[in-house]
Design a binder for this molecule. Structure first.
Ligand code: MTE
Length: 316
């Protein structure tokens, strides 16, 4: 994103109210996924490189605003994953042999019960539920994605943050042998992101292991990836290996690379232009023309309370 080439679902008989879409059909999907209905949850993929474009089971066709789901093929073939490439296309192919099993996620720092989980542990302890969220990239494009995941808050409660913990720091895998982009000195690897603890505890904030009823593919951040729908896409850190509770605001990869362009909060705000991309509108992948960008990406009701008294212009 810096100076490089820029590169919601049950059977339909289930009705979703605005809140219900958040709760989803966890039990149905979890059992479907865990007991052989479709993809394995160990992070391995039956779709090397995203070769098949058949989506799995989802509960509906739109999000709570009535926006249509982005088609599966676009979700798995138009990506940002700088560890593999600065381009957006072909990441599925580049990442097709990415080893996502075995995989561990260690959760520590300022917590009473530090713990290392494998992906099976996570799916067993926190059964995945479906959430349909809009994803808005700071580059001005967006998608509507049916995720399978669980609230980060559940994981954090499990490890018991200490009272001194104010922020959550996330780290992606560092493995230059598997990730060719990490062999360049363009960024200070690994990819790091952060949230304030109260943002992390908000019910919208997810750790995801699936998309469209299937295990998440490497190009989308397998085997586990953060989703924070009211923030720009780059906060949604992929292929996470480490989560730490800390006192100081973490410096993200993007804040370190271009501090004049990327700030910590990065909440979607149509009124604050990025130095290189206006933010007032966006191109929804699969649509012609542009649509108006909505403050907090349409999730103000759920998250605006987090920013009372904060200068909303400080988003970058
Ligand atoms: N996480 C890691 N580790 N590396 C990345 O390059 N790119 C971010 C984010 N998470 C990125 C990442 C950016 S810029 C965006 S817009 C989203 O992932 C894109 O997610 P998608 O490819 O699943 O659409």
């Amino acid at each position: 994103m810096i100076n490089i080439n820029p590169s919601e679902i049950t059977p339909e008989y289930v009705y979703y109210s605005r809140r219900d879409f958040l709760v989803g059909i966890s039990a149905l999907l979890a059992s479907f996924m865990l007991f052989g209905g479709c993809r394995r949850l160990d992070g391995s993929s039956e779709l090397p490189g995203g070769g098949s474009v058949e989506p799995g089971q989802v509960s509906g066709k739109t999000d709570e605003l009535g926006d249509a789901l982005t088609d599966y093929k676009s979700i798995i073939s138009y990506n940002n994953f700088y560890e593999f490439s600065t381009g957006k296309e072909g990441i599925g192919e580049l990442a097709k042999d990415f080893k996502t099993s075995p995989w561990t996620l260690s959760v520590g720092g300022l917590v009473n019960k530090p713990r290392t989980f494998d992906i099976d542990d996570l799916n067993r302890i926190f059964p995945p539920e479906e959430r349909i969220y809009r994803l808005r990239c700071v580059e001005g494009w967006s998608m509507v994605i049916p995720w399978l995941g669980f609230p980060l808050a559940k994981l954090l409660k499990e490890v018991e943050p200490k009272s001194e913990a104010k922020y959550v720091r996330f780290e992606s895998l560092y493995d230059p042998e598997q990730m060719p982009g990490q062999r360049s000195g363009m960024f200070s690897w690994p990819y790091v992101e952060g949230l304030r603890l109260d943002e992390a505890m908000n019910d919208l904030t997810l750790l995801t292991t699936g998309i469209y009823g299937k295990s998440i593919l490497p190009q989308n951040g397998a085997p586990i990836r953060l989703v924070v729908p009211w923030k720009y896409g780059f906060k949604n850190i992929k292929s996470i290996v480490k989560i730490d509770l800390v006192t100081e605001m973490p410096t993200s990869l993007w804040m370190a690379a271009a501090p004049h362009e990327y700030g910590f909060y990065a909440n979607v705000n149509p009124e604050v232009p990025h130095p290189r991309w206006p933010q007032s509108s966006e191109r929804r992948i699969g649509e012609f023309g542009r649509r108006r960008t909505i403050i907090f990406n349409g999730y103000a009701e759920e998250v605006a309370y987090l920013y009372q008294g904060i200068d909303l212009r400080k988003f970058f």
